[in-house]
Design a protein around this ligand. Structure first.
Ligand code: MF3
Ligand code: CO
Length: 251
C-alpha cells in the first residue's frame, strides 16, 4: 500500500511514549494560556517542558520553521508563529499544535483553547471541530477506508454550516512527522486505502467559520482564513489496532 509503513506493537508503544510527551506539554500550555499571556511565552514554556521531558521538538527547523509550537489565534488556521506581540484576550480562540520526538519516534497533536467568555458562534465552531475529530477517530478501525475517516470530518462540519480547509491535511506518522498517507479532511466514504493493523495516522481537522480559502501571512508560515473568519483545529495521532482505534496523544 504505496509507502504506508505498518508499525509493530512495540513501535506503537514507542509512538505512544512520544505522544504522551506531547499531551503532557499541551496540558501545561493549556493551563498557562490566559488573557495577558503572549504566544511567544507559550513557546518558551514548551521549550522548557521539552527539556524537562528529555524530548526534542518535531517542529523547530522543520522546513525552516522557527519555533517549537504553532500558536494560531482566531482567524489563523494553522502554523501560527508565536509572537511577543500576540497577547491573548477574553473571547479569543487559540489553536496550539505541538510535535515532539522521543527515542526517535514522533508525536503530534493539537487542540483549540477558548479564552472564556467567548461568543456562542466561536464556541460552536470549536465544538464542531472537536466532535469531527472524534467522529473521524471512530472510523479508524480495521475494514474502514481512509475516505471514511475524511468523510466523517467533512460531513459533521458541513452539517453545522462550517467548512473544512482543503489546503492542509493530516498524515501518517512514525519515525518521521509526515509519512504517507495524506489524510484529507474531505473525501468520499468507501474510497481510498483500507485501514490495516499497524497504520498510525495524525488526523487533524482544520475548520473555518466562513469560506475554506487560505492566505499565508508575510511571515511565510501563518495560514489565515481568506475572509477573516474564525478557524479551529484539533489533532490526534491514532493507531489502528486489533482492538480498535488507539488514540496515542490522549493522556
Ligand atoms: N501538526 C502540524 C503538521 O502536522 C505541524 C507541523 S508545522 C511545522 O503538519 F511547524 F512543523 F512546520
Ligand atoms: Co500534524
Amino acid at each position: 500500500m504505496k509507502g504506508i509503513q505498518l508499525k509493530s506493537a512495540a513501535q506503537i508503544a514507542k509512538l505512544r511514549e512520544a505522544n504522551l510527551v506531547v499531551a503532557e506539554v499541551l496540558d501545561v500550555l493549556a493551563a498557562a494560556a490566559a488573557p495577558g499571556v503572549s504566544t511567544w511565552e507559550l513557546d518558551q514554556l514548551a521549550v522548557k517542558q521539552l527539556k524537562h521531558l528529555k524530548a526534542e521538538s518535531a517542529f523547530l527547523g522543520y522546513r525552516g520553521y522557527p519555533a517549537v509550537l504553532c500558536a494560531s489565534l482566531n482567524n489563523a488556521i494553522v502554523h501560527g508563529i508565536p509572537r511577543k506581540d500576540l497577547v491573548l484576550k477574553d473571547g479569543d480562540i487559540l489553536s496550539l499544535d505541538f510535535g515532539a520526538f522521543k527515542d526517535g519516534w514522533c508525536g503530534d497533536s493539537a487542540r483549540t483553547l477558548e479564552m472564556c467568555p467567548i461568543s456562542p458562534q466561536a464556541h460552536a465552531l470549536v465544538e464542531a471541530t472537536r466532535e469531527s475529530l472524534d467522529k473521524a477517530i471512530a472510523r479508524c478501525g480495521i475494514g474502514q477506508r481512509l475516505g471514511d475517516v475524511s468523510w466523517a470530518v467533512q460531513s459533521h462540519v458541513e452539517a453545522r454550516g462550517f467548512s473544512v480547509v482543503r489546503q492542509f491535511a493530516g498524515h501518517g506518522i512514525g519515525r518521521h512527522m509526515h509519512e504517507p498517507p495524506q489524510v484529507p479532511n474531505y473525501g468520499e466514504a468507501g474510497k481510498g486505502p483500507r485501514l490495516m493493523v499497524g497504520m498510525v495516522i495524525a488526523v487533524e481537522p482544520m475548520v473555518n467559520q466562513g469560506s475554506p480559502d487560505v492566505v499565508i501571512e508575510d511571515d511565510g508560515w501563518t495560514a489565515l482564513t481568506k475572509d477573516g473568519s474564525l478557524s479551529a483545529h484539533f489533532e490526534h495521532s491514532v493507531a489502528i489496532t486489533e482492538n480498535g482505534p488507539m488514540v496515542l496523544s490522549r493522556a
